[in-house]
Design a binder for this molecule. Sequence first.
Ligand code: NAD
Length: 486
Amino acid sequence: MLNYDTFFIGGKWVDAAGTDTVDVVSPTTGEVIGSVRDATPADMDAAVAAARAAFDNGPWPQMSPNERADIMATISAEITAQFDDFATLISTEMGAPLSFAQMGHVFAATAVLDTYTQLARDFAFEEVRAGMLGPTVVRREPVGVAAAIIPWNVPLFITMLKLAPALASGSTMVVKPAPETPLDAFKLAEILERSGLPAGVVNIVPAGRTTGEHLVRHSDVDKVSFTGSTAAGRKIGAICGEQLKRCTLELGGKSAAIVCDDVDLDAALPQLLPAALMNNGEACVAQTRILAPRGRYDEVRDALADALRNFTVGDPLDPATECGPLVAERQRERVEGYIAKGKAEGATLVVGGGRPAGFDRGFFVEPTLFADVDNSMTIAREEIFGPVLSLIPYDGDDDAIAIANDSDYGLSGSVWTADNGRGLDIARRVRTGTYQVNQLAMDFGAPFGGFKTSGIGRELGPEGLQEYLEDKSIALPFGAEDVLPS
Ligand code: NAD
């Protein structure tokens, strides 16, 4: 049992203002494995005050980017030193198969931190341009106090997508983990505490929606970065719009994998399947609409069905497991609701659809394949966030692209073809923020984010750093060149 009755605020472990607790429940057994205090607005006020003081009084924003990068490198090394503990904790907390918790959660988190550590060293935070009336100094200054609101599905990695660029920029931060997955965040706080980070630069307070909304509205918060559902994103975006607060929103997806008529299925499936079902299907970038050419539709359906029947469901800590339990009973009910809708709307259930045999506890759902799906059906339009795939037929590349684009979302997508040039042509025509040709990939040096209702703004790459910077132009008169850095 991991029980915490404090929050990480101002570099210290501070008693919670309230006494209510939130249980952390194992998705594998349904048993309570830990608890944290249910944060109140008073706790959030204390965290924001610490972040504000750390920003306004320094030294973090005034430290050189190299000094900040040195501390970031220490944090990365510490996480790596505890790699197995982090992976096991995350897998236990939210149900990701251990192999995915290792690579997709922990390694990915340190890789993002390392990317921004290097970017902090290399980035031009200040440059001089020749202005009309003399030199202009263009500065990129830290945005100030940032609030990071984290979902439960990839908690450490998504925290790092926000924390790493914030640290590189010189901003300070309040991190609000989801109440389902606070334990890895506290483990990260233990590392931050001894990393050399000045007090208050990062504050960690897990909380539910109401206290989360208090953080978003807080007048001392300059910027909000949110990852989660499109519904919550609309609400948070509206509050930030009203307050003219900087805001980045990473929201849902319903991405289409276009399987071309020239595809080598045997070569494609080992990457297409994890792209569709990674993290038990609880991934915003999951390729859950699979578009197959009518001429090879039956062959694609049968190959997918075979693969899904052989997908190993089990305890996420078992290295052989490919699909673990869903995060919570509530999430399983939601996924089962979509499976019922798929059947009711006339899709053909090919594999799965129920709870796997032999699991009388935990929140397991069978990997599920629906065929004969029309893109207008609910299971093709809404994000299910579970291991449920919809196979949709198409006639020709133009039709495939039209179906891929016929979505409220625009986060990710992929194409599977023997011809990389054809793949690139298709990629250029699909309206999504990221795209993959013949592989499962995410480039941490390149922007990540959504078109349409999948979000606003970008994470990763220099674009992700820019989200934590304010541009400032300082006009100097002719003759002032001697005060400029050489
Ligand atoms: P959610 O929107 O319910 O919650 C996400 C986080 O926001 C949690 O910490 C929650 O406590 C908080 N929250 C919810 N409403 C809030 C409000 N009004 N004010 C402040 N905080 C609030 O989503 P979830 O169920 O936790 O996560 C699943 C969703 O996240 C899926 O829709 C998925 O697609 C999306 N997601 C998107 C990305 C991306 O990068 N685009 C990545 C991962 C997950």
